[in-house]
Every structure is written in C-alpha cells, then in structure tokens.
Design a protein around this ligand. Structure first.
Ligand SMILES: *Cc1c(COP(=O)(O)O)cnc(C)c1O
Length: 410
C-alpha cells in the first residue's frame, strides 16, 4: 500500500514529496471564469481600487449573507482591527476571546490595549462555551469575540443573550466559516460585527488575501470608509470649484484613533463577486466529503468528531478529530508518528490554545482558565482535506487510521 502515491487531483494537489496524501495550499483551483474576470480588470478597468467592483462585491456579499452592511478589506485580521476600533476598545478593557483559534482572532484586540480573557470550549462542539463566557464577565468586560473555528458556528443565540444582558459588543470571527449558518441565518450577522477572510487557504480566495467586515448598525457603517482608508471621506459634497478640495476631504467622524489603509483592489473584488456564485456548491462538496469520512470512521471508537447541533450548517473548513488511546496507553503523538511516518498521510496539529504561544505570553496574555480545552487539545489532530477530494483518498485516510490504531493496540 505504502509505495503507491495518491494524487490529490488532476493538478497533483494534495501531494507532497515523502507523503502519499498531503495538505494542499488551496482548497480548489480557480475556474476559467474567475481567471477571465481578473484579466478583464487588468485589461479594461481604469480604476484599480475603490471603484465599481468594490461597490458591487460589497453589495453581493451583503446579499449572500443577509447582512445590513458589508465592507471589503485587505484581510480578516484588519476586519477584526476595524471591529476592535468600532467596539471602542481602550487600554484595560477586558475582551473574552476563544482560546482555541488562529492567532489573528486575538492580536487586533491586544493591540488595541485590551486585556485578553481566554474563553474555554464546549466539549461537544469545540467552539467557545457560552457558560464559560458568562463565568468570566467582570465590570471591565467590553466585548466577546466568538470564533466559528473549523467552520462550525459558535452558539450565537446563547452568546447574544448573554451580551444583551451585560451590554457587551459581539464580534464574530468568520474567517473559516463563510456560508456557515444557524437555522438559515449566516454567521457574521448575529453580532455587531462579522469578519471574513479570503486568504489563499480559505474556502474562497481573492488572489491570496482579502476580507470583509459585516456591520449591523447604520451608525457604525457610516464610520467604516474613513477608518478603512486614511480618513478619506469621498468628494461627494457641495463645493464651488471641483478642483479646490484636493485632499481636503481627509477627516474622521469619530475622534481618538488614527485611521488605516485596509483597502482591497478592484481585481480582487471582481473575483470575489464571481467566486461567491460557486461558493455554496463548493461548501456542499466539502461537507459531503467530510460526512463520508465520518461514515468511514463511525465504528472506530477511538476517533471522535465535533457534534453538530440541530439546525447548524458546519462548513468543515478544517477537519479536526480527537483520538482517545487511553485504554491502551497511547496518545495523539503516537498516532501521528505512525500516520505520517509509516502510512504517509500528512496529518498535523493546529490551533494550539493561544495562551501556550510565547507571543501571547510575552505580551501578558499567558494566563488562562480553560480546563476543557486543556484536557481535549493534546489529543486532537487534522487530516488532509480539500474540495473535491477523491473517495479513494478518503478511504486511504480512514484505512490508515484504522491500521495505525491496530498497530498501537499491539
Ligand atoms: C485565517 C484566519 C484569520 C485571519 O485571516 P486573514 O485574512 O489571513 O487576516 C483570522 N481568524 C481565523 C480563525 C482564521 O482562520
């Protein structure tokens, strides 16, 4: 078995030297329509940034998600930065953030001066536990950052109830959860702000970088263009001579912070509008392939998946499982040594609890109280995945896991 190299797909994605099945850098290739769209902007559009493609993409994205307002930006980290600014985070405010996430969920809030309070995970869904949020609220708490990690919606109905009761802002990190929903409602539209990523590794990418900030309130929405683009407010105000106000349109409607340039170009926006059209089909495909893996492993008691609550659309952006080898004295590391070494499946571990990173420890965010995450994380692991994964590869991954577990039991 081990001498046959399985190709991920026709372009060889999913294949890395030394491994039979690896993790591709991108979930699916660009379509010809997507390529033509970018080339068209290069050839025919005079305006390269902040033009009609931006306006169209924002409209398309708001329609897709059902949001009040959508603002395209250069990446999700900066969408989160805008959210931190709009929350009015000041030195010493406390922000409760899921400890189980990518570092970018927390960095903008730390940078804004917040004290980060790490939220624990729910043992079944592996997203931030509303009960733990409630436990950690103090008079200094200003906001909650809920992350829909792996594509699984966090429990937004409960989180919104708690936020309302304590008058807290809610930011949703939807970087991995485009098209995820709860009872039909898109993530990113529950809280005050929703932050999406079109980084190259996400389900949809706008040439490697890109993002969107969803905003609920009309008042907040008025502030975003200025803080997104160096305080530029547009030229659509009455003036005597059109040439007079060169750069006199630089101002902000709120005081107390410097603006940014978080803009995204027209080619990326045009691509975003086209990619949205095939997004649901792609997420459906990824969901179906993950269901197949779950089915293949359903009789393996040592491997478990997160439980998906009724009405939740979990888009399976990353495939993470939990291994329980305690009955025979083995752990996740023993399993992955075999999976990567003997069986050639490039499994990895990802999303370390953020408080374990030297970065956060050095910045004063190393304190934590997350017993569920602590007892769960060290036995979690990812297997390779991409959109359109052939069944042969899924079967190989499942068979290899079964074989590796049998080896460990010997
Ligand atoms: C990718 C990611 C981000 C950051 O997105 P960028 O667009 O790369 O800035 C933030 N949060 C989570 C959970 C992510 O996976």
């Amino acid at each position: 078995m081990a001498d046959k190299v399985l190709k991920g797909d026709a372009s060889g994605r999913g294949q890395v030297e030394g491994f039979r099945v690896s993790i591709p850098a991108r979930q699916h290739p660009y379509t010809e329509e997507e390529i033509a769209t970018v080339v068209d902007v290069m050839r025919n559009c005079e305006c390269q940034t902040q033009g009609p493609k931006l306006a169209q993409f924002q409209k398309d994205f708001a329609e897709f998600t059902g949001a009040n307002h959508a603002f395209a930006v250069d990446n999700a980290t900066n969408a989160l930065s805008l959210a931190a600014t709009l929350c009015g985070i000041q030195e010493g405010d406390e922000v409760i953030i899921s400890a189980y996430t990518f570092c970018a969920s927390a960095i903008p809030f730390g940078k804004a001066g917040a004290k980060i309070v790490w939220g624990d995970i729910d043992p079944e869904t592996w997203t931030i536990d509303p009960k733990d949020i409630e436990r950690k609220i103090t008079p200094k708490t200003k906001a909650i950052v809920a992350v829909h990690l792996l594509g699984m919606p966090a429990n937004m109905p409960e989180i919104m109830k708690i936020a309302k009761a304590h008058n807290l802002k809610v930011v949703e990190d939807c970087a991995q959860a485009l098209d995820a929903r709860i009872n039909g409602q898109h993530v990113g539209t529950f809280g005050d702000y929703g932050c999406f990523s079109f980084h190259g590794a996400k389900t949809m990418t706008t040439l490697g970088e890109g993002g969107v900030l969803l905003v609920k309130s009309d008042d907040d929405a008025k502030l975003v263009p200025g803080i997104r683009h160096n305080g530029c407010t547009g030229f659509n105000y009455p003036r005597e001579r059109y040439w007079v106000p060169a750069m006199s349109n630089v101002d902000l409607d709120i005081e107390g912070f410097w603006p940014n340039n978080f803009c995204i170009g027209e080619a990326q926006c045009a691509l975003g509008s086209v990619s949205l059209k095939s997004l649901k089909k792609n997420t459906d495909t990824i969901i179906a392939t993950n269901e197949r893996l779950r089915e293949l492993l359903k009789d393996v008691p040592e491997i478990s998946f997160n439980k998906i609550p009724e009405g939740y659309r979990h888009v399976r952006h990353q495939w993470i499982q939990h291994f329980d080898g305690s009955a025979f004295g083995k752990d996740r590391n023993d399993l992955l040594d075999l999976m990567t070494g003997k069986y050639g499946i490039r499994c990895i571990t990802q999303y370390y609890p953020l408080y374990r990173y030297p970065l956060f420890q050095k910045l004063g965010a190393g304190e934590f109280d997350c017993p569920v995450l602590e007892s769960w994380w060290d036995n979690s692991f990812s297997v390779p995945m991409w959109c359109g994964m052939p069944d042969e590869v899924l079967v190989t991954i499942a068979d290899s896991l079964k074989a590796a577990i049998a080896d460990l039991k010997k």
